[in-house]
Design a protein around this ligand. Structure first.
Ligand SMILES: Cc1cc2nc3c(=O)[nH]c(=O)nc-3n(C[C@H](O)[C@H](O)[C@H](O)COP(=O)(O)OP(=O)(O)OC[C@H]3O[C@@H](n4cnc5c(N)ncnc54)[C@H](O)[C@@H]3O)c2cc1C
Length: 492
């Protein structure tokens, strides 16, 4: 069977390779060329677990090595990446330096890994995507770049199935006139971004912060401000990817907007004041997109072609890899033919529910940003959902994880929380409302809270704590003894 994949980001290239490994005749079509600049860099434990499953099932040993920082460096030192030990958040206030209030600082650190060796990575996409394209070609994929793909191109190639991996390029949206459903989305933000040289470390700018579970900057760093937030992802070679997500446009050209925001937030100004953009700063007024369909007879979209919400909580890579895994299994079910109607319908309904889930979660977070206690509590819904999924996937390492819902979708305890939280946050006004919100989150995540989140005694500093996990064995439906014997799988 002949399959065309339109778009050769990591997602299109990896799926192309897997389908070639399955024995399909695959053509990968790219509008541009590699290496090329791309944003969307910060990976997560769930992303890496999927990479490892794909590696095992399809014999992709590079994917296994790219799933952990230590293995990546040992095997592919030339592919640039950054150590990511967790998620760091700070709340800044206009006109004031970030206040070091010791353990009472507006600071939240959630570790995603116990050490550097097994840690996640920020992917320098120019290198990583290029690697995936080369690996696809080696696996027998026919790769054509600088192609302006049209319906006629596909007809001439006699393809039986098309995968749209063109990201916001929206290839099939145009070809099939698929309507936008942006009106469904609650998140609304513009993006001001570049890559930078010379960004300073937080402890150099705000000395004396209490030590956290990992060094603050070796993480996906989120600086929350009144207008939205700034992401800052540090690569090992000293370059930092950074971008402001802004609810409303700040006046001026991108450079003026950047300077204005650095002046307004003195600590961010100190971090980025001497940093040099490696590409001209760019501004996109709205980065969200969402379509009415994600699959149909003879075609499917990868998540980034179907919908995008926001970089908050680094959902993009993990979601894309999960979708690759589902499509690959659907092709296997097809037994040499195109994926069946049932699999495609299931694929589409999962993606649609997950796009809503990400949107509710992120929109809620934007509401909560007004008060750090609210934000930190709302974020616990994300951390409870992903850590519960991660522990389950590590303990029961099977391919059934592919179809499990992303971010708690379909989970009777977690599924409804992001939407309920957004609703509550819209009506949370007083200090007492805020306290009640924190209590509500704590109660609501309890049935899935394997890592002890929402615990005031931690002061917002959460290490990977296996003792805590053992204590919470009942949440996983396991005896203490069976969880203890599963610990090696959890440490891996
Ligand atoms: C500001 C921002 C920050 C992000 N941060 C994170 C993060 O920290 N962590 C995370 O997990 N995710 C993040 N994401 C999401 C992440 O970028 C995506 O999940 C990821 O890029 C998806 O990869 P992809 O290969 O599907 O698509 P892309 O990377 O978008 O690749 C699409 C490819 O298709 C090609 N193309 C486009 N149109 C056509 C056409 N008509 N014909 C042929 N080729 C075409 C393009 O040239 C490109 O090579 C972020 C996204 C944004 C916008």
């Amino acid at each position: 069977m002949r399959v065309a994949i339109v778009g050769s980001g990591f997602a299109g290239s990896l799926l192309a390779r897997i389908l070639a490994v399955q024995g399909h005749d695959v053509v990968l079509l790219e509008r541009g060329t590699h290496p090329r600049f791309a944003i969307g860099e910060s990976s997560t434990p769930l992303a890496n677990l999927t990479l490892e499953r794909l590696a095992r099932r399809y014999g992709l040993d590079d994917c296994y090595d790219l799933a952990a920082h230590g293995r990546w460096i040992a095997r592919f030192p030339e592919l640039r990446r950054g150590l990511k030990r967790g998620f760091t958040f700070y709340r800044h206030h206009a006109g004031r330096r970030f206040a070091n209030a010791g353990l009472g600082s507006e600071r939240l650190l959630v570790a995603a890994s116990p050490n550097d060796h097994v840690a996640d990575n920020h992917w320098l996409r120019a290198d990583v995507d290029h690697h995936f394209v080369r690996a696809a070609v080696q696996a027998g994929v026919e790769y054509r770049d600088r192609v302006e793909v049209t319906d006629d191109t596909l007809k001439a190639l006699h393809v039986d199935f098309v995968v749209d991996a063109s990201g916001p390029g929206g290839f099939l949206a145009r070809e099939l006139a698929i309507p936008s459903r942006l009106d469904r989305m609650h998140t609304h933000a513009g993006l001001l971004f570049s890559h930078f040289d010379g960004v300073r470390l937080m402890p150099d700018v705000v000395p004396g912060l209490p030590s956290g579970p990992y060094p603050d900057d070796w993480a996906a760093v989120h600086h929350i401000i009144e207008e939205g937030w700034l992401y800052s992802l540090r690569f090992d070679h000293g370059v930092t990817s950074a971008g402001f997500l802004l609810r409303d446009r700040v006046p001026g050209a991108p450079e003026e907007m950047w300077r204005h925001l650095l002046r307004r937030y003195p600590t961010i100004g100190a971090l980025f004041g001497n940093a040099k953009p490696l590409f001209p700063l760019s501004y996109k007024p709205r980065i969200q997109h969402r379509l009415a369909r994600a699959a149909g007879p003879g075609w499917a979209m990868l998540p980034h072609a179907f919908a995008f919400v926001d970089p908050l909580f680094s959902t993009g890579i993990a979601w894309s890899l999960r979708a690759i895994e589902r499509l690959a299994l659907s092709f296997e079910n097809g037994g040499g033919c195109v994926p069946g109607e049932r699999d495609l319908a299931r694929y589409e309904s999962q993606l649609s529910a997950e796009a809503d889930q990400i949107d509710w979660l992120v929109a809620g977070a934007y509401h909560a940003m007004a008060h750090f206690d609210l934000f930190a509590a709302h974020a616990m819904i994300y951390f409870a959902a992903v850590s519960f999924a991660e522990v389950n996937q590590r303990i029961h390492a099977t391919e059934t994880a592919a179809w499990s819902g992303f971010l708690g979708v379909g989970d009777p305890r977690l599924g409804a929380l992001p939407r309920a939280s957004l609703r509550r946050l819209r009506h949370t006004r007083t200090r007492e409302d805020r306290r009640e919100f924190v209590r509500w989150v704590t109660r609501s995540i309890a049935p899935r809270n394997v890592c002890g989140f929402a615990n005031p005694a931690t002061h917002g500093l959460y290490p990977v704590d296996l003792d805590m996990l053992v204590q919470r064995h009942a949440v996983l439906g396991m005896s203490r003894e069976s969880l203890v014997s599963a610990l090696p799988a959890l440490r891996a």
